[in-house]
Design a binder for this molecule. Sequence first.
Ligand code: SAH
Ligand code: DHB
Ligand code: MG
Length: 226
Amino acid sequence: MATKEEEIWSRAEQYIVEHLLGRDEALDSVLAAAQAAGMPDIQVSPTHGKLLMLLAQMHGAKKILEIGTLAGYSTIWLARALPAEGKLVTLEFDPKHAAVARGNIAKAGFAERVEVRVGSALDTLPLLKAEGTGPFDFVFIDANKTGYSDYLGWALQLTQRGSVIVADNAVQAGRIADADSDDTTVQAIRSFIEKLGAEPRVSATIVQCVGSKGYDGLAIGIVTGD
Ligand code: SAH
Ligand code: DHB
Ligand code: MG
């Protein structure tokens, strides 16, 4: 059940979507396919998906890396930021999720520009490095939260000065401030945030977010050095 505050956030989000995002049949059909496949409803919200697209556009991103594909919802938002010659690689552990995502991405017209790689990101990230697939100019981290600290390390391996790194779920309804939390997700995000803060090669902040997906946040950083 949504709380009173969650209802307010959702209503405001609907209003924002109506006036600034508009109807989006392509992404509606992605959500319908995800639901039909029984996938968890944990995509970024529409307003935050559009924020990802805008950040990538503002940055002029040409090579995007996403960690955690699910049904390809955030993938398609990010792919919309790419120029015709742009490329997006998205990493997904679950082959069933990857299959649904590939269908959605093709239907949205991005089959040529988007590659879905199946496997644990901790296996596929070193492969990307070994292949020389980078450097990426924009990285979106949104897979298992226990991997975030390692993904930050790999993101730094696969980017260059000026690249942008964004990570979802960085606030956990405010629970990141609970040092004594016994929640493994909260502690994993705390480790990620503390690694981000201690990392001299990145300048970052966290934007707290509310909406239809509750209260969470996006970590946003720029790679300042090599
Ligand atoms: N970015 C998506 C949501 C991703 S949900 C969106 O906003 O639309 C997180 C995804 O990460 C799930 O599909 C899950 O299967 C995947 N995942 C979990 N552990 C992973 C791992 N070790 N490597 C790669 N993907 C993983
Ligand atoms: C979960 C994962 C996410 O990436 C998200 O945005 C919300 C929830 C989850 O695993 O529950
Ligand atoms: Mg997320």
